[in-house]
Every structure is written in C-alpha cells, then in structure tokens.
Design a protein around this ligand. Structure first.
Ligand code: B12
Length: 495
C-alpha cells in the first residue's frame, strides 16, 4: 500500500503502567475513511513495538494522523510526530481530538503539524485525505480544518457533527489484529470502548462537551444490536461505554439497551445521571451485567448545581442515591470543587464534608473530589481567566495542567483542590488500585491519614504529593527500562 494510505497513530496517555483501552477515536475514524475508499493502517504505541511504527513510516503514508487528549499524551504524540516527520518528510501530519480542538493555535505554533481537524472529524479527515491524494487540495473549502496559508494559521468555519447512524462499525476487519492485543491483556477493567451516543444532556460549565460535541445524538437500537452482536462474535465480553451519559440519558432506551446487553451476556461500565436512577432502571442495570456506574454528583448545594447547568437538584440526587443503596453495582461518585466565585473556599469545605457523608452511607462506593481544571472550550474558562487564572506556558505546561497540579488563584491555598483530589483517591479509591502487596504497605497508612485529613479538613504538612511524585518517578524509570529491554529485544528478533 506504499504511499497511498493513511496511518492513524495513538501515543501513550501516561508514562505509568495501566491496561490500555481500545482507541475508539482512531478505529471509528479509520472505519469511516475505509468505507469511503481510503486505505488505513493503525499503530498504537501502548501495545505495539516502536519498530512497527518505523516500518509503517518507511512505506511513506500520505498522512499520519494522531489522536490527542490533554495530559501526557501531548508529549508522547509530539515525540511520535517528530519521528514521523524525520522518517517520512513527505507525509502530512494531522492532529485531531479534544486537545488540538481546544488549543488549535498553540498546537499549530509549537508542533510541526500540517493541519488540525477540529471536533468530531470523520468527514473533515475524509475530505482532507481526498485533497492530499489529489495533491492540489483547496484547504480553504474544508470545514472544521485548521491549516497554514503562507505562514498564517487559518481556522475554517466549524462543521456540524455527524449523525451516529451514518457512521460505520468501528471494530471492522483491519482493526482486529490490534483488538486481539487489548483482549490478550489481563483484564483489570473493561478494555473495549464502545459508544451508543455522543454529546451530553447536562451543560456543565466546567466541561468541554457542550461546545465540542454540540447536541446529543444517539445510535438506533437496531444499529447497537448489530454492533454488540458482532463484538460478541469477536470474543468481546466486557465493555466500557464512553458516552457522557449512557444512551444520551433517555430512560426508555437505557432499558432497551440493558435487555440487549443481558441477552448477549456482557459485563460493562458506563456514566449515568443520578436523576435517571429509578428502581426499574437500576434493576435492569444490575441484571444486565453492569459492573460500575460513574455519577457526576458535583455538589449538594442547589445554587452551585444550578450555576453549573447540571439540570438536577440535590433533592433529586438524594432520591437517586436512596435507590442505589445495597446494589450489586460498584459506584463512583464524583464531586467538583474549586469553581471560580466568591463561594469557592466554602465550596471546597462542603465537598470534603459531603465526601465523608457519602462514604459513611455508601462504604463501598468510590468517591472522587475532582478539582476544577480550567480548560479552553469549557464555559467557565473565561470566568477563570477573569479571576486571575494564568494559562500554562505552552503545550508542555498544558500537558502538566491536570487535577494533580492545577493551581486556582482565587483560593487562599491555590493547590487545595489538587490536594483534595489526591487525598480523596487515597481515602476512598485506593482499594481497587493499590491494595495488592507490597503497594498496600505504603497505601494503607496513607489511606488512614487521608481519611483523617478529610474529617479534620486539615491539609498542612502535605507531604503526600512529593511522595507521590517520587513514587511515580521511580515507577517511570522502571517502566522505561522494561520498555527499552522489550523493544530492544523485539528489534533484535525482527532482524
Ligand atoms: C476513554 C477515555 C479515556 C481512556 C483512554 C482511551 C484509550 N483509548 O485508551 C483513559 C481512561 C485512558 C483516559 C485517560 C485520560 N483522559 Co480521557 N477520556 C476518554 C473518553 C471517556 C472517551 C474517548 C473516546 O474514545 N471517545 C469516543 C471517540 C469516538 O471520540 P473522540 O475521542 O472525541 O474522537 C473524535 C474526535 O475527537 C476526533 N478525533 C479524535 N482523534 C483524532 C485523530 C485524528 C487524526 C483526527 C483527524 C480526528 C480525531 O474525531 C473522532 C471521531 O469523531 C473521553 C470523554 C468522551 N466522552 O469522549 C475522555 C477524555 C478524552 N479524557 C480526558 C482526559 C483529560 C484524560 C486524562 C488526561 C485525565 C486525567 N485526569 O489524567 C487521562 C489521561 C492520563 C491517564 N491516566 O491515562 C478529557 C480530555 C480533555 C482535553 N482537554 O483534552 C476527556 C474529553 C474527558 C473530559 N470530560 O474531560 N481517557
């Protein structure tokens, strides 16, 4: 296929070990391109040796596309992009995904990319590939594209997002060798991603989704039934459903989906809104193999919930929670703190109290106190900037701009929400991730300390963060060594 194919690549999302999930963004995009006659090759750095990337680059693809989300993936994708540029200077480099869609100018200025495809980019990428193939593309006519015109960055008008019914099944035959690699991994969690809808019925001011995805769109039950059946034939039995809210939050459709999942004996996880948790829906969820549900509860303060555009009140949350008690489904309750506003300091305190209250009522639930992380694309971003938030310096800075490290200048201790995030992990979530020996020798005392910190609301002498950073640095060194040895050996064997 030399020269006439597009290479879609997925870089590491973290330098630490974890079980990778299927890159649905690239598989779905690739399926769409292939359905329109474009040949596609796939590379996932997390499960394939570097030598394979080099082999594909040696065949001089027409374009190399990278899927990039915030965090460490920026650094990893930049590294792979540089390698692509060096190995195949004639290939066009395209970035897509949430991060370049939210920070297009920063990416164009700092990374040697030719174009960015904004938002849900199936059709944008198809038109772009057609243009590259004809070698005389008029890029100004491609909606949703960011490109350079004689040195200046041009952002073309946006493109409406696609209807999911018209998109082909993501796990089509060329992706199957890769799919097997994720399935081979010891399953610590559901490795295969699936989507039944895009967009979110909540319009939360801290989230990118309302701007990025626009209106909620779902697949028909007939399409879902075909796709789930096919996945079962391929040997997939566990799913992580990526929807912002399962089935776009339509209760009748959730019930029907449960019947499908039950009939096919899947186990699965998903995000749900707590106001959808009726007794009937929860019985069906329990019965259909649902293992984990993630709920964004955010706050027990109605004014905050209203201000966020959450679309439910604390009374509704309580009613949903009452029905969730004693279920066989694992739950993650997420709270947000550090939102801009004069009430912010108090908001953090309220989140800590609420977390402990929830823990006492639901001892098995995982509770996550998320820090507000100002991200361009979210409605609250401009307010954060108006209140003194300074955007990080360059993409390197954005890569480190996360729940662990964010500093919010409107708080007396700008790092308090980041501390609350790590502390809530150690207090209420460590068991699933760190209870094995020997990690528990360190994690268990930290867990006790974190519970104490939350009860006392005391974050003085906060040594956990440097300790965490040290632990991660050691782990990172060890992983680098293992990867080096593994890839080194494979390169030897391939000779
Ligand atoms: C699954 C997932 C993950 C998985 C990774 C997936 C994988 N393959 O391994 C895991 C769990 C590892 C993960 C991790 C993180 N994630 Co995540 N994740 C998601 C999630 C739920 C689904 C992504 C997905 O596949 N969607 C379905 C596909 C079809 O949609 P898509 O990815 O948007 O792709 C479309 C477009 O973006 C575009 N596109 C995408 N790639 C490309 C490439 C090219 C070349 C082109 C042209 C177009 C294009 O076209 C696609 C088709 O329309 C999203 C939220 C969501 N609902 O989308 C968050 C999300 C992407 N994650 C996010 C973040 C921040 C993270 C973390 C950094 C969070 C953290 N606190 O550490 C970590 C990474 C570090 C780590 N520890 O791993 C943010 C990104 C925000 C941002 N500004 O970039 C999101 C949007 C969640 C959120 N609400 O904030 N994540």
């Amino acid at each position: 296929m030399a020269g006439d194919f597009v290479l879609l690549a997925y870089a590491r999302t973290t330098p630490y070990p974890y079980e990778p999930q299927t890159p649905l963004s690239l598989f779905g995009l690739g399926a769409y391109l292939e359905a329109h006659g474009v040949l596609v090759a796939y590379y996932d750095e997390r499960v394939e040796p570097w030598s394979h990337f080099n082999e594909l680059l040696a065949q001089k693809p027409l374009a190399v596309g990278f899927s990039v989300m915030g965090g460490y993936q920026i650094i990893a994708a930049r590294r792979l992009s540089r390698r692509a540029r060096a190995a195949s200077p004639e290939s066009k480099i395209v970035w897509g995904g949430v991060l370049p869609s939210c920070l297009p100018r920063e990416v164009m200025n700092e990374i040697d990319v030719d174009c960015i495809a904004l938002g849900e980019a199936e059709e944008t990428m198809r038109e772009l590939c057609r243009g590259f193939a004809s070698r005389r593309a008029d890029l100004s006519g491609i909606r949703g594209l960011v490109w350079r015109d004689r040195g200046s960055i041009v952002i073309n008008p946006k493109r409406p997002p696609p209807q999911l019914e018209q998109l082909p099944f993501a796990y089509h035959s060329p992706t199957l060798p890769l799919l097997r690699r994720y399935l081979e991994k010891p399953a610590t969690r559901e490795a295969v991603g699936y989507e039944t809808s895009r967009g979110c019925p909540s319009r939360c001011g801290f989230c990118y989704s309302p701007v990025f995805h626009g209106p909620v769109r779902g697949k028909s039950l007939a399409k879902i039934s075909r796709e789930l059946g096919r996945l079962r034939e391929l040997g997939v039995s566990s799913l992580d459903i990526y929807d912002d809210v399962l089935m776009g939050g339509v209760a009748a459709d959730i019930a029907a989906l449960c019947d499908l999942l039950k009939a096919l004996s899947f186990t699965w996880t998903a995000n749900l809104r707590v106001d959808l948790a009726s007794a009937d829906i929860l019985n069906r969820l329990e019965d259909s193999g649902c293992r984990w549900l993630y709920f964004g509860l955010e706050s027990n303060d109605d004014a905050t919930l209203r201000g966020l555009g959450k679309g439910f009140s604390w009374t509704q949350v309580r009613a949903g929670l009452a029905l969730l008690r004693d279920r066989r489904i694992g739950t993650v309750f997420s709270l947000i703190c550090g939102l801009p506003g004069k009430d912010s300091e108090q908001g953090v305190r309220r989140s800590l109290e609420l977390a402990e209250e929830l823990h006492l009522s639901f001892p098995k639930a995982e509770i996550q106190i998320q820090s507000f992380v100002p991200l361009p694309g979210a409605a609250l971003y401009s307010e954060a900037v108006a209140q003194g938030f300074r955007p990080p310096d360059g993409l390197e800075g954005w890569a480190g701009h996360d729940h662990f490290r964010v500093a919010l200048p409107w708080l007396k201790d700008p790092a308090l929400p980041a501390k609350a995030y790590l502390t809530s992990f150690l207090a209420y979530r460590y068991r699933r991730h760190l209870s094995g020996f020997p990690a528990c020798l360190i994690a268990y005392p930290l867990h006790l300390l974190s519970r104490w910190r939350i009860r006392r609301q005391f974050f003085g002498c906060y040594f956990e963060k440097p300790l965490y950073a040290l632990g991660m640095a050691v782990l990172r060194g060890w992983i680098a060594l293992r990867f080096f040895c593994r890839d080194g050996l494979r390169a030897e064997n391939n000779r």
